[in-house]
Ligand binder design. Structure first.
Ligand code: NAD
Length: 172
């Protein structure tokens, strides 16, 4: 089993890699990360010398680079943690959020279709908006989308794109 984990030098992606390498040491894990301000290669120091681990510095929006990696590694699964994820930064400069969070997700899905890999998108509760602090209300996946920042809008857009790809292209 070969898994490409995007955004694996970030907060949640790195912990996912540690979990998978501990519980499934026979899996090959490839971390694809652009190493933006949010990524730190040193986080992955403990797994870097593992024969079943590979790090590649790449932008998920780089279609040619992504396709070349898929061609070489033939992944079974892709888990997309890569994102611009800081709400305040999205208010300052929305464009890179649209690029990475929407276009990047579509490039990965196109690669998955082309090379026959299963795609997992990591979303956020923020696509559903806010809950009052003093209530026990919860969101479900049926809750209406109500994003309130460029960040959450870009994540909601990616979610819609994932649903549309699944409906349009189905399982490959
Ligand atoms: N942190 C949270 O509280 C939280 C909550 C809900 C959902 N999420 C989602 O979980 C995922 C991971 O969040 P996080 O907190 O670990 O983020 P993070 O900002 O810590 O890490 C993001 C990683 O993605 C990489 N990256 C950014 N743009 C890239 C690109 N174009 N190509 C390749 N790599 C790129 C960065 O270098 C970094 O390593 C995101 O999709 C985020 O929307 C996070």
């Amino acid at each position: 089993m070969t898994i490409i984990v995007t955004g694996g030098a970030g907060f949640i992606g790195s912990n996912f890699i540690f979990y998978m390498m501990k519980h499934h040491p026979e899996y090959r894990i490839i971390c694809l990360d652009k190493l933006t301000y949010a990524g730190n290669i040193r986080t992955l120091e403990t797994v870097m010398r593992n024969d079943n681990f590979r790090f590649i510095k790449l932008d998920i929006c780089d279609r040619a680079g992504v396709y070349a990696l898929f061609e070489e590694e033939k992944p079974d699964i892709v888990v997309n943690f890569a994102a611009e994820s800081h709400v305040d930064r999205s208010i300052e400069s929305p464009e890179v959020f649209l690029q990475t969070n929407i276009i990047g997700a579509s490039v990965l899905m196109d690669a998955c279709r082309k090379y026959g890999a299963r795609f997992h998108q990591v979303s956020t509760d923020e696509v559903y908006g806010d809950l009052p602090l003093d209530s026990n209300a919860m969101f479900t996946e049926e809750s209406p989308l109500k994003p309130s920042s460029p960040y959450s809008s870009s994540k909601a857009s990616a979610d819609l794109l994932v649903l549309a790809y699944h409906r349009t292209y189905g399982r490959q």
